[in-house]
Design a protein around this ligand. Sequence first.
Ligand SMILES: [Zn+2]
Length: 175
Amino acid sequence: MAVSGAPAYLRLVDPLSQDEIRSSFVNCSKGEAKGVTLPARVETILWADLEFLGWRDPKAPGRAYLVLWHDGTPVGLSLRATTPPKSRLRSSMCAFCTTVHGATDVAMFSARRAGAAGKAGNTLGTYLCRDLSCCLYVRRKLKSEVPQPNETLSVEDRIARLELNAHRFVADVLG
Ligand SMILES: [Zn+2]
């Protein structure tokens, strides 16, 4: 897989303030964005280890958020998370970081598309790490509980692949 040639602009991750995060959302109303529960302490986030900031809403279990720099602008997505029924999946792979998980450690995340398509009810879904900790999985700072396929990619290449996958999803949501 040729992923090491990811454009350099994708790698720009500058720390974001709470206000920047709140005003970055592209696929929900201003009212919804105001109601987003932000990660507890934005100033303690280790941005150098993140291609994107992803978190589950501690006050609303079915909601999750993903914020990243996309084409030089902070872009935030509001997501709905649903856990697939255990009987359907024995294990599944995250579409961003390709970590293989047991069925309960992946979730289906769906994003309303930005703009008119979203207002018409158009959504886009993908299976991702349940806790959206892809950035830590690619760095092996977190480990899945199930065996992983053999892979010879370096950490840098895994990071580049994660970035490509995440930015593709964001680009699709933006339409
Ligand atoms: Zn992942």
